[in-house]
Design a protein around this ligand. Structure first.
Ligand SMILES: [Zn+2]
Length: 452
């Protein structure tokens, strides 16, 4: 497999661009060329959204988007860590190939991103992020964007982000655009603004537990006892607040009369563990609550309203899917993602023989294959202390570990995962681990609990 690492950036971009063209390659944009709006939600697990079956959490705007488009029911996050998961969304590559394993390592310049491909095709490109570790210095997702609204100070609410992002979006909408907005609200510490802070009643299901350093809660909340019955409603409140702000963003498309010609893609980078597997209020581990994330696409005229696809997908599929929707077909040889366009007309379509997930620093690896999920710690990891075999979409709580009952399958999947990771890492892009962070970034990452 020829990997972009072997090519100079410009040559890579050119060859990738050629790869995506199958017709009208010389053509610059025609009027009416579709727009792409990519919305990434931090820390939103699929099962906390109405359109993924949650009976309680109010997400009318996201639900409407799903009802008007397609809902990918079994979508897997490439990682439980923000920057690695976003790097996968932008490159269509798993972590082992793009090399971003934490929130401090900028994506290699050699990477070819969706923004770069579309800018080269004449799209105007705009981005806005809501957490400092997605800023240029830490993430380098800036490549390919004409304008990149960084996050100041450490994090921003969706309301704060929308204030300038919507203005900028209005400006770029005169021409075909690719716009990406990242919202951070549901990430801990959960502190939604009124009235979302009291929208959901305090529960009566749990006993308070001792606070722990790994919880993404403020110092005062995790000092002493933490009551899940009080915390969970706040997480739900954050999601409903975020949904409200997404409503404002989507309304702008209507106001600008570009709703019909805009492909909207909504995805979460990873989920969140509330209490499951005794992992409280963080996104450690690779269990369903952090790996099963929403993926919704709406494209009027191209996607039938109310479409659902139950096959296994990964967020690495976003890049090739968006490109095919825009008319660029790509070879499958260079990236891990697969176009999901065929899934919209063929419920039996299988985009992947297998899907890979990896945790921060590669400390846990996971393989989805033939309805099974195998996860394994690589080193000493508190959230996954031994390997497991689950059927994640039949046994959503992953309560039944099948590793002894199906020992042969377990060993086969382990061996596959081990060798896949080993081979992939040999071909990884040359990522730059940031050993010496500047003071400001270090403080920010500390305050968010990413570094000690
Ligand atoms: Zn995140």
């Amino acid at each position: 497999m020829l990997h972009p690492k072997l090519l100079l950036k410009s040559a890579t971009l050119m060859s990738v661009a050629l790869l995506f063209c199958f017709s009208g390659c010389e053509r610059r944009q025609d009027p009416g060329t579709p727009n792409v709006l990519l919305i990434t939600l931090d820390t939103v697990r699929a099962d906390y959204l109405g359109c993924y079956g949650n009976p309680e959490v109010l997400t009318p705007n996201i639900d409407r988007l799903a009802a008007e488009g397609a809902n990918f029911l079994n979508n897997v996050a490439p990682s439980q860590c923000t920057n690695p998961a976003h790097a996968s969304i932008f490159t269509g590559l798993y972590l082992a190939f793009h090399g971003v394993y934490d929130n401090q390592t900028p994506l290699a310049e050699e990477a070819v991103t969706l923004a770069e491909i579309l800018r080269q095709r004449g799209y105007r490109t705009l981005a806005g992020v809501s957490a400092r570790h997605l800023n240029t210095e830490n993430a380098n997702f800036t490549q390919g964007f004409d304008e990149f609204l960084e996050c100041e100070p450490v994090e921003m609410t969706a309301g704060e982000r929308n204030r300038d992002f919507l203005k900028k979006l209005r400006k770029v909408s005169g021409r075909s655009f690719f716009a990406w907005v990242h919202y951070y609200d549901p990430h801990g510490d959960y502190a939604p603004p009124a009235p979302y802070d009291t929208l959901y009643p305090v529960g009566e299901n749990y006993k308070p537990i001792p606070g722990k350093e790994v919880m993404d809660l403020s110092e005062d909340k995790k000092n002493g006892l933490v009551d899940p019955d009080e915390i969970i409603p706040l997480y739900k409140g954050e999601i409903s607040y975020l949904d409200h702000q997404i409503g404002a963003l989507l309304k702008l498309l209507v106001d600008l009369k570009i709703e019909e010609q805009t492909l909207v893609i909504l995805v979460a980078d990873h989920g969140e563990s509330m209490t499951e597997k005794e992992i409280y209020f963080c996104h450690a581990g690779l269990y369903n609550q952090v790996t099963h994330v929403p993926l919704i696409m709406r494209f009027p005229g191209k996607i039938s309203p109310g479409s659902e696809f139950a096959g296994l997908t990964s967020s690495v599929d976003i890049l090739p899917t968006a490109l095919e929707f825009l008319g660029y077909k790509m070879s499958h040889s260079r990236i891990d993602g697969r176009s999901l366009v065929p899934a919209l007309t063929d419920p039996d379509y299988q985009p992947h023989e297998f899907v890979i997930v990896e945790a921060v620093d590669g400390i846990i690896g996971g393989l989805y294959q033939a309805g099974y999920k195998y996860i394994k710690p690589y080193g000493d990891e508190w959230s996954v202390t031994e390997d497991h075999l689950f059927r994640p979409f039949l046994d959503y709580a992953e309560a039944e570990d099948l590793k002894y009952a199906e020992e042969e399958r377990t060993r086969r999947m382990e061996s596959f995962l081990d060798s896949w990771l080993e081979e992939a890492k040999k071909k990884s892009l040359p990522s730059i681990r940031r050993e010496n962070l500047d003071k400001k970034t270090e403080e920010a990452l500390k305050s968010l609990g990413y570094i000690k």
